[in-house]
Design a protein. Structure first.
Length: 296
């Protein structure tokens, strides 16, 4: 399936200046103001398009390496190196389109151009200037929106390690409502706990859980970060059975905002870096074994 998608996009992308771009391309569901002063939806190489393609091509190269096959790797490497980089706009925000078009709706509920921050892993603490550009983009968008939108923004603020902002969005998402008219800004939750975006959108419910998890633990291959975005109201707590990348199960407990106990259980032998309480610790995990740690 992945190789089929790769072959399609190798044929779909076309050269434009020094880059390979997608076209037609949109940034769902926002519009921009064109050079003619009118609103437009379709352009070239939206940031979301390029972010997804960078992930797709990157995954494909890793898979081919694991399987020991050449496949389309030569063309993928060539095209991947010429996909547009992330760029900042005139307000210091991550651009939503290839060119620095102004959006027609600053507070639009979609934040598609921030896919590279979350759910993607293209923008990390290794790119502080891009993290700041993501923060500016989020601030410009504002906190209003429907339930799924507020959940996504909470996940994004968690990636930016701002637990207070993330918690504020989750509280807004839990606003009680019986409103049944279609609304793109109301948000809230119905009496049956379903996300209020008539008739309802399960994205908001799943996204809420994802945001809570992202506030408590973040991971990538070989790296686990505990309590990256803990709000003050959650100063004490515990988590059991949390899964992180590498098929590792994590239990942990914290007091006064600091990790007290951690248990790691891995399905295979591997080395990970655990970061918590401002320190980093290298841990060697055994298959189906556990590693218990106490932090005083």
């Amino acid at each position: 399936m992945i190789e089929g998608a790769v072959k399609f996009y190798l044929g779909f992308l076309f050269p434009y200046g020094e880059y390979y771009v997608t076209g037609p391309s949109t940034s769902p569901e926002n519009r921009f103001c064109g050079e003619d002063g009118k609103p437009h939806s379709v352009g070239m190489a939206s940031t979301m398009d390029i972010s997804i393609l960078k992930e797709l091509f990157g995954y494909y190269l890793k898979i081919c390496n694991i399987l020991g096959i050449e496949g389309e790797t030569v063309d993928v490497k060539r095209v991947l190196s010429k996909l547009p980089p992330f760029k900042t706009g005139s307000f210091g925000q991550i651009r939503e389109w290839l060119l620095d078009y102004p959006e027609t709706e600053i507070h639009h509920r979609h934040v598609s151009h921030l896919y590279g921050l979350y759910p993607g892993n293209l923008i990390t603490e290794k790119n502080p200037e891009l993290l700041e550009a993501c923060r500016v983009a989020l601030e410009r968008r504002g906190d209003e929106g429907t339930g799924w939108c507020m959940a996504w923004k909470a996940c994004l603020w968690a990636r930016l390690r701002d637990g207070e902002h993330a918690l504020g969005l989750l509280k807004n998402q839990l606003r009680y409502t019986r409103e049944e008219n279609i609304s793109c800004v109301g948000g809230g939750i119905y009496p049956n706990m379903l996300c209020a975006h008539p008739p309802f959108q399960i994205d908001g419910n799943f996204g809420f859980a994802a945001a809570v998890a992202e506030m408590l633990i973040q991971s990538r291959k070989g790296y686990i970060l505990l309590l990256p975005a803990l709000p003050d109201e959650w100063k004490d707590g515990n988590v059991r059975g949390m899964k992180v990348q590498g098929d590792i199960t994590v239990d942990f407990e914290w007091r006064e905002g600091r990790i007290h106990k951690v248990r790691l259980c891995s399905s295979r032998e591997q080395k990970v870096t655990l970061e918590c309480n401002g320190i980093s610790k290298t841990v060697f995990l055994r298959p189906d074994g556990t590693e218990d740690m106490i932090f005083d």
